[in-house]
Design a protein around this ligand. Structure first.
Ligand SMILES: NC(=O)c1ccc[n+]([C@@H]2O[C@H](COP(=O)([O-])OP(=O)(O)OC[C@H]3O[C@@H](n4cnc5c(N)ncnc54)[C@H](O)[C@@H]3O)[C@@H](O)[C@H]2O)c1
Ligand SMILES: [Zn+2]
Length: 457
């Protein structure tokens, strides 16, 4: 059944007019045409650490390295060990994302200290990360200034601890240590720690400064940027939270050396997402360089993280509070969240479920006739190259009813209408819309369910 045109959702302008969808599609893509890329350039500034001279990327030759340097969104040289991507926001809340490798202690310490206001710092991490990195960051944050008091809190590791109860421990610690409103919270870890510490910073004494030090690919390319913070509620993931932007994001890609392969691959699903929704050049680069990324090649990693942060920064700048455009970052997430929740906790990592969801979104987009079937093939091939799943296993408990039940609870449902991010047009273009033929969605779900459990289970 076709949804009514008046129900059609429109992103940026909020006008319920289906005719506008092509315009929206164009405005939310970035990519392929050089004129659009130029616009992109003016919105996000990326500055190399030293000379700021334009040069081709140090990463292995590929279509996108040429295109990126041509566009002027990035500069890099063989001598530099970091880039800075700026998140431009209103009201003086701009902040830098440092993305680098092999930082000297002096470099890291001075970068971090320049964003610490006040004398008291609370570093929060978990019991997996603490033995590897806590002492180092405690030293770096203490090094620059006499009399700085750096205290630490180590929480249990796991998504199940991203809760109000554990959040309370952060607030307790801050009060016990008599941290005042000028203190700085530091989140050292993956997305779980980043989201929870960011939320604690948002509500402690009505808001204190915080710094993100992400240590997973997922956190480096997505969760640490953009100020979405929060915890889970027993009745829903990320249901309690606030928008609260950090003072800076400090990324040392060397920390990925200890990240398990599966976690690395899970984060790559979000990088592929940026390519599909708005950055064709990045997608093409990934097609050529996935092996390097999986091997954690420092240049390739730095490039992929930087491009992802540039994409995220541009989207956040244009739509900080998710009035429309920011929702496009959820490609594959509505199907993915249903898979994550419906399969039982711990079955899938977030990026793995998103990978299957992305395969579903691409399949459905082709079913609607919105993209060329060749793009579906390329999407599957790239996800598989990253060792990500593109189908449900035979023993999956997911069936059509379970999909629909979880999808109906999605945050993007408005006035009872389900809205999805779907691909439309050439690579790098998408739409966020409720105006689609539902039979295509049901057919897609049935196809994926049938692959595991027989037709229409
Ligand atoms: N705020 C946002 O915009 C946003 C966006 C995407 C995801 N998220 C949230 O992020 C969370 C998922 O983040 P994640 O994938 O980073 O999961 P995570 O934080 O649970 O980290 C994954 C695992 O890797 C471990 N780990 C982290 N860094 C490590 C390192 N360098 N070496 C070895 N082990 C390391 C962690 O302890 C954990 O066991 C979810 O809660 C999700 O809701 C938020
Ligand atoms: Zn995600």
């Amino acid at each position: 059944m076709m949804m009514s045109t008046t129900d059609a959702f429109l992103t940026c302008h909020g006008t319920p007019n289906t005719n506008i969808v092509p315009t929206i599609a164009a405005s939310i893509s970035s990519s392929s045409s050089s004129s659009t890329t130029t616009t992109t350039t003016s919105r996000t500034r990326t500055i190399s650490s030293s000379s700021r001279k334009m040069s081709s990327l140090a990463v292995s030759a590929s279509s996108s390295s040429t295109s990126t340097s041509t566009s002027g969104t990035s500069t890099s040289s063989n001598n530099d060990n970091y880039d800075i991507v700026h998140v431009d926001l209103s009201d003086g809340r701009d902040y830098p994302i440092y993305i680098g490798t092999s930082y000297s202690d002096e470099q890291a310490s001075s970068m971090l200290s320049s964003h610490v206001h006040g004398n008291k710092v609370l570093i929060v991490t978990n019991d997996k990360i603490a033995p590897m990195y806590l002492e180092k960051y405690q030293k770096l944050l203490s090094a620059d200034q006499e009399g700085k008091d750096v205290v630490t809190l180590v929480l249990p590791d796991g998504e199940e601890y991203k809760s109000m109860e554990i959040l309370q421990l952060i607030l307790d610690k801050a009060l016990e240590e008599t941290l005042d409103r000028k203190c700085t919270f530091v989140a050292l870890g993956g997305g779980v720690i980043g989201d929870m510490v960011g939320f604690a910073a948002a509500i402690y004494q009505r808001g204190v400064n915080f710094i993100q030090i992400p240590t997973t690919v997922m956190a480096m390319v997505d969760s640490s940027v953009g100020g979405k913070t929060g915890v889970n509620h027993p009745l829903g993931k990320n249901m309690i939270g606030a928008f609260h932007q950090p003072q800076c994001v400090f990324i040392d890609t060397d920390t990925l050396s200890t990240l398990p392969d599966r976690e690395l691959q899970s984060g790559i699903a979000e990088i592929i997402k940026y390519g599909l929704i708005r950055d064709a050049a990045l997608f093409e680069w990934l097609e050529d360089n996935m092996d390097l990324l999986l091997k954690r090649d420092p240049s390739a990693t730095r490039y992929a993280v930087k491009r992802s942060c540039e994409n995220k920064a541009e989207v956040v700048k244009a739509d900080e509070k998710e009035a429309g455009l920011r929702a496009t970052l959820n490609l594959g997430h509505t199907f993915g969240h249903a898979i994550e929740s419906g399969s039982g906790y711990g079955t899938w990592l977030h990026g793995e479920a998103v990978a299957i969801g992305t395969a579903m979104a691409a399949t459905m987009s082709a079913e609607l006739g919105w993209i060329d079937p060749d793009l579906v093939q390329r999407t599957y091939r790239l996800l598989e190259k990253a060792n990500l799943p593109v189908e449900l296993p035979v023993d999956s408990p997911m069936d059509r009813a379970t999909f629909l039940r979880y999808m109906a609870a999605d945050k993007k449902v408005a006035n009872g209408q389900l809205r999805l991010i779907l691909l439309k047009g050439p690579l790098g273009n998408c739409v966020f819309t409720g105006d689609f033929d539902q039979t295509a969605m049901i057919k897609t779900i049935d196809e994926f369910v049938a692959e595991c459990c027989g037709p229409n289970s």
